[in-house]
Structure formats: C-alpha cells, structure tokens
Design a protein around this ligand. Structure first.
Ligand code: MF3
Ligand code: CO
Ligand code: CO
Length: 333
C-alpha cells in the first residue's frame, strides 16, 4: 500500500506512548481523497477536521420563568396537549399572532447583534430568555418535549435543534438562532443564520442562498395555490446554486399550538396538494445543505447534524395566508 500523507502532529502506533487518535485536520488532503490512516475511506468520512466539528458541551442550570408569565400547556409536563387546532385562524387569533410574532422577531434581532467570536451559545440562551421574559412572554422551546433551554442554537454542521451550551463561537462559524415565544396564548417562531467574524466565501453564499430560499418560499404563497408550490420554489433555487434541501425537517402549522398539523415540505412533494386558504398560519423554515442533505441525531435526542460535517444554514418566518397573498407575522416593528 502506498504511503499516505499524514496530518501535522500525527503520531502513529510506532511513536512514543499510547497511539493517539489525531484531531488535527490535514490541509493537504481534500474531503474526497482517501484518508491518511489506511482505512480506505474518504477523508471526509474518516479523520477529517474532527477538531473543527461541533461537540456537545456543558449545560447551565435551567433558567426559571417568573410565575406571573402565562405558560403553554407543556411547560410543566413537557408534553403538548394533543388537539387539532384549525389550520385557518380567526382574525382575532391572527391579531394576537401578529403581536407575538413581532416580539419574537425583535428578540431574534437582539440575539443576532450579540453574536461574535468568544460568545457562548449559552450566553445567547440567557439573552433570549431574559429578552422574552422582559416582553412578558414564555420562551416556547423551554421544556417543549423536554428541550432544556429557551432557544435553539445550531452551529456549522448542526442542522437544527442545537442546545445552547458552553461552546464559544469561533471566528468563521455560522450560527442559527431559532427563537419561538408564547404570548397572548399563541406562538411566534422565527430564525436566522448569522456569521461569526470572517466567514469563508462558500459559507457566506450558503447563508445568502438560504435566505433567498425562504424568500422564494414566501413568494410562492397565495390563496388557491397548493402547499407544494412552496417547496418547489425553494428546491429550485437551492439546487440551481448547487446546494441541497434537508428533507427531514419541515415547516409546520402554528398558533395556539407550537406545532400544528399543517406540513410544509421545503422540497417538491407531489402529494402536498392541500390548497392554501386565507387565514392559514404556518412556518417556512428551509434548511439548506452544502453537502449531504441527510442527518443524524446526537445522543441528546435533539441535536441534528450532517453525517459528514458539511454545513447547513436555515431561515424561518411565521406567516399567514391573506386574501391576495401572504403576510409575514415575524417582522420587527
Ligand atoms: N423552533 C423550532 C421550529 O422551528 C422548534 C424547536 S423545538 C425545540 O419548529 F424544542 F427544540 F425547541
Ligand atoms: Co418552526
Ligand atoms: Co423555529
């Protein structure tokens, strides 16, 4: 077998002391080249840049919510009540969703302004938690099906549902912050991906294209159109740019329930023929992948990552179908 290039700092089994599993990346090897270690696998499926991958960190103690704040039904038990909320909301519910959505958008903006190298995702959780309570709202993720924190923070190859911990953001990272709040009996759900310091050109393009994919999905919404028009528009844009749409996580109905029964795929799903009607409320939240669109979930039961460590970006809004198009409910005031 031909000698393989080894990453800097690698010590083979013949070196002093116990053989170590290197965590250095080899800047000489491309992802698709055969790994230096002799496994015969592609470098990206073997020893690639392990040190750069996101790993589980430590969680801070649970943040309390003052008893004066109105809680969603799952706040104590972790299990949302199962009932089928109508997909079409009354004008009165939509009015409440508009106010809650605006507050969620303002909190997302504040969190984004706090992003920078050295800031931990737990610090972002603290900021979102406090800003939510300040606005007399409950942070919807907290204890939703047992989720331990008040916001989802998804870094680099984390697709979604990342749990804030003591990992400090690094120059060159991308981080999605997914804010959902509950106020006046309804949820508002919105997220965005932010760049940390100086980010490589491909990641910047991924972030831009993902924002454009959300915009394309929103532009496809109008009464009388089928739900699958949304995913068709998103998929077309992502694939034209050489990216892929993550299939496993989709947009959802929203209102008094965090996740209602409407399903909004971000790819063209021929069977999603339901007709959009005025008053329907749902999210569009495409996750666009640089590499594989597949995912694995960490043992924490939440953190969804790409199996090959390639990056993913996401943007999300909560929307209502109007008489002549669509209104975004999660815009800052
Ligand atoms: N906000 C996410 C969404 O867009 C859901 C997060 S569920 C949580 O649907 F439990 F992780 F918070
Ligand atoms: Co959502
Ligand atoms: Co969300």
């Amino acid at each position: 077998r031909a000698a393989r290039r080894r990453p800097p700092g690698h010590r083979g089994a013949g070196g002093e002391g116990a053989p170590i599993r290197t965590v250095e990346s080899d800047p000489m090897l491309k992802s698709n080249e055969t790994c230096w270690c002799g496994s015969g696998k592609k470098y990206k499926r073997c020893h690639r840049a392990d040190a750069a991958l996101v790993k589980p960190g430590r969680l801070s103690p649970t943040r309390p919510v003052p008893p004066s704040i109105e809680r969603p039904d799952y706040a104590e038990t972790g299990e949302p009540a199962e009932w089928s909320e109508p997909a079409v909301k009354s004008p009165e519910v939509i009015e409440r969703m508009r106010r809650t959505g605006q507050a969620a958008a303002e909190i997302l903006r504040l969190a984004g302004e706090a992003v920078g190298p050295g800031v931990t995702t737990d610090a972002l959780d603290a900021l979102v938690h406090d800003a939510t309570i300040e606005r007399d709202a409950y942070p919807s993720p907290l204890n939703y099906r047992g989720f331990p924190k008040s916001v989802c923070t998804s870094v680099n190859e984390v697709i979604c549902h990342g749990i804030p911990d003591d990992r400090a953001l690094r120059d060159g990272d991308i981080v999605n912050i997914d804010v959902t709040i509950f106020r006046e009996g309804v949820h508002g759900d919105t997220n965005a991906t932010f760049e940390v310091g100086e980010v490589d050109a491909t990641s910047r393009r991924l972030v831009r294209v993902t924002r454009e994919c959300l915009d394309a999905g929103i532009a496809a919404v109008a009464p009388g159109r089928p739900v699958n028009a949304i995913g068709r528009a998103i998929q077309a844009h992502a694939e034209a740019e050489g990216f892929e749409v993550t299939r496993a996580f989709i947009g959802h109905g929203i209102g008094e329930r965090f996740h209602g029964s409407l399903q909004i795929p971000h790819y063209y799903e021929p069977s999603a023929t339901l007709t959009l009607e005025p008053g329907m409320t749902f999210t569009i939240e495409p996750m666009i992948a640089m590499g594989t669109p597949h995912h694995v979930v960490w043992p924490d039961g939440w953190t969804a990552v790409t199996p090959d460590g390639s990056r993913v970006a996401q943007f999300e809004h909560t929307l209502v179908v109007t008489e002549d198009g669509v209104e975004v409910l999660t815009l800052p005031g």
